[in-house]
Design a protein around this ligand. Sequence first.
Ligand code: AMP
Ligand code: MN
Ligand code: MN
Ligand code: MN
Length: 278
Amino acid sequence: MSFQSAIDLHTHSTASDGALSPAALVEKAAHAGIEILALTDHDTLSGLSDAQTAAIKHNITLINGIELSAQWDHKTIHIVGLNIKLDRETMINATIHLKQLREERAIKIGAQLKKAGIDGAYENAKRIAANGTITRQHFSTYLVEAGYAKNQRDVFKRYLVRNKPGYVSAEWPGIEETIARINEANGVAVIAHPLRYKMTATKLRKLISEFKDCGGKAIEVVTGHNLPAEIELASNYAKRYDVAASTGSDFHNETTPWGQLGNLSSIPNDLTPVWELW
Ligand code: AMP
Ligand code: MN
Ligand code: MN
Ligand code: MN
């Protein structure tokens, strides 16, 4: 196993929309041979303390992370914060604000689905999310469970996306403030899965350039299920804008359309890996 295949810097637990508890995720990662793992739940730090305890037990390095929802050019962009300090008030307040935004959005999603003839979606999504951040993934799980769609992929074609029932646009904070929160927490801001936003090359270049001007430091060059051509494309962006490169599976569960834990390709060696920044 190469050194880099033991590193996974983008994963989810039940603190947001992952299937495994933080402790179970760390245990699974350790068994998969991962030595450096970042837990990056959506808009919350709440899984990190349990993950840290488990990481000590399994003798792996746990990087404190978060995946923040942000708005740019009317689109949702995910910005991962890596190696952040957990005691910074501005970051903690940001997560409280995001939780509120998510709660308000979830209520609206529920109301819309009700109009489309689907009862109890909000209550059930809330039940499935339990104490975790409520996300569209929890609505998706309910829609499959209740027989409205055959699987997650099907849900995200027929519901919860633009121009379909259950789509509610969210007013996430802008990228400038999002990056500022990460930098105030001594973290490294990373654009998550840059090729997944369905943006034109021109738009993506504008995003990376503005991200860098705001103090962003890296982009994910390697993500789950990457094709070599995608790694090459993302590498070219990293070189062109002189930003560091990150790697992470975006693991949620066994059936996710994104990656499984670890098993990632290496970052091309002419790039600066993100861990050199901490
Ligand atoms: P949210 O942050 O609440 O908008 O929820 C987004 C989450 O829903 C993502 O992090 C994924 O876990 C999941 N998701 C979004 N799009 C898809 C898709 N096309 N297929 C499967 N899961 C998706
Ligand atoms: Mn997710
Ligand atoms: Mn994401
Ligand atoms: Mn993610």
